[in-house]
Ligand binder design. Structure first.
Ligand SMILES: Cc1cc2nc3c(=O)[nH]c(=O)nc-3n(C[C@H](O)[C@H](O)[C@H](O)COP(=O)(O)OP(=O)(O)OC[C@H]3O[C@@H](n4cnc5c(N)ncnc54)[C@H](O)[C@@H]3O)c2cc1C
Length: 437
């Protein structure tokens, strides 16, 4: 996704853009091995949704026509937060679809007939990039294994978590980037089900969160095209979502509410259960390097990958595409470095949200938790509890999660006052809300 969105931006600035992918692109919206995570729940938060539509106007209509569903958040979601059930305020809206459908829709628009400022894109699928062509300490293109080389003015590395950019930079004589890892040791297990005919319990999606450190299991059940649900179960601290038939259902039963288990118990499974465990928050700080080559930028998971449970990766990649566009509008020497700095800044809020939450788990592998993080988390607990019953605070919190606002917006006087007022009043906790408020 990072590569597709970056390529779209490049078409407005370069005569020729080539998309290189090691997989063969499938003709339809189906799984391919290069994106193994696509078998798991993928939510495109509001900021990402807006940017994708900005880059490809009308894409949402394509997704809707293919069966994507509008889900209001939290109005259509039964959402058990760490502090209890959330009232079903209408704050924002998601389109829900399978990841392969989104990929296919974006890819066909990118590689389809040009239009507006979008020039044509050449596709070189079935080709693996194995290195960079050096020009002194700079980059002049990519090496495609035994298939030769491709010269380019700019190379965008969007090869995901397994990016080899640190080694490639070293070969050019640049130092390795400092790295930060916060690993909650979390594993997903996912399966699709047919939505039972006539099923209408008053919600479209379920989100049952863990309450760390006491509980480590989270479950999401969201609709997708084709009358399906995708059910993703995850557990932190090595309490991995399991792939066995009985174990999967037992895990669902062990969530903090049985509602998800009750929904899938008798539903017809459409896929096998699949697992995924490569979920650490992992940041490569390219923005801190003392030297940076001309002709290269690194984006998406290759630069900053998140624990996926917070649904941020695609949206952060989308924001980075806009940062790239901004840098290319002013292509003075050094724009590559400005991009790395801008992209790092734009990912900082999402990083804070993901790692702040993950540091609540005792098992999380990271540097020792600082007092500041503990204090912020204690305050965020209060914000979450207040957001469950207070529309304005809920709006703020969801906007932060949806990458529409910075985490700092949770610390404004309005939010502080409402959080304090709730503490004084201590309203009765919300029971499971049946229908939208
Ligand atoms: C289980 C799970 C659930 C997730 N859920 C969400 C979610 O709900 N919302 C969200 O926003 N994000 C989610 N994410 C994160 C999201 O998948 C990524 O952030 C997003 O795909 C952007 O990644 P990317 O494009 O940088 O890399 P990738 O998606 O990993 O794509 C990298 C691409 O590069 C290709 N490639 C790799 N190496 C080479 C090479 N040497 N030569 C040529 N091609 C190469 C790969 O085949 C692949 O196509 C989830 C991730 C996981 C693991």
């Amino acid at each position: 996704m990072a590569g597709l969105l970056a390529a779209r931006v490049l078409t407005a600035h370069f005569e020729r853009v080539t998309l290189i992918e090691r997989d063969r692109f499938p003709a339809g919206p189906v799984f391919r091995p290069g994106v193994p995570q696509s078998r798991h729940l993928h939510v495109l938060w509001t900021r990402g949704r807006e940017i994708v539509e900005l880059l490809f106007p009308g894409l949402e209509d394509t997704l809707r026509a293919a069966g994507a569903e509008e889900v209001r958040v939290p109005a259509d979601v039964l959402w058990l937060t760490s502090a209890g059930w959330r009232e079903r305020f209408d704050v924002t809206s998601l389109l829900t679809f399978s990841r392969p459908l989104l990929d296919q829709a974006v890819r066909s628009r990118l590689t389809g007939p040009p239009g507006g400022d979008r020039k044509a894109v050449d596709v070189l699928d079935g080709h693996r990039v194995t290195g960079l062509i050096p020009r002194g300490g700079d980059v002049a293109g990519v090496i495609l294994g035994d298939d030769g080389e491709l010269h380019a003015d700019l190379v965008v590395d969007a090869t995901g978590r397994a990016s080899r950019a640190p080694e490639w930079l070293a070969a050019l004589g640049h130092p390795a980037p400092p790295e930060t890892r916060v690993d909650p040791l979390l594993g997903y297990a996912s399966r699709c089900y047919a939505i039972p005919p006539g099923f209408d319990p008053g919600w479209k999606a379920l989100y049952i969160q863990a309450d760390p450190p006491a509980t480590r299991r989270t479950g999401g059940l969201f609709p997708q095209e084709g009358g399906r649900w995708i059910c993703s179960l995850s557990g932190a601290g090595r309490d991995y979502g399991p792939v066995g038939e009985t174990a999967f259902l037992d895990f669902a039963k062990g969530l903090r509410s049985p509602v998800l288990y009750e929904a899938i118990r008798d539903a017809e499974p459409l896929t096998p259960i699949v697992a995924f465990r490569r979920t650490a928050n992992h940041r490569r700080h390219y923005e801190r390097l003392p030297s940076w080559p001309q002709g290269l930028v690194v984006t998406g998971d290759a630069a900053c990958a998140f624990n996926p449970i917070y649904g941020q990766g695609m949206s952060v990649a989308a924001v980075a595409a806009l940062v790239l566009d901004r840098c290319l509008r002013d292509p003075r020497p050094g724009f590559e470095r400005r991009f790395q700095r801008g992209a790092a800044r734009s990912a900082a809020g999402a990083w804070l949200v993901a790692t702040g939450e993950d540091l609540r788990y005792r098992e999380t592998e990271a540097a020792p938790v600082r007092l500041r993080t503990r204090l912020i988390n204690a305050y965020v607990d209060e914000v979450v509890a207040t957001a469950n019953v207070d529309r304005r605070v809920c709006e703020r919190l969801v906007h932060v999660l949806a990458l529409m606002a910075a985490p700092a917006s949770l610390f404004t006087p309005v939010v502080l006052a409402r959080v304090a007022a709730r503490r004084v009043r201590r309203p009765t906790p919300v029971t499971m809300p049946a229908r939208p408020a």
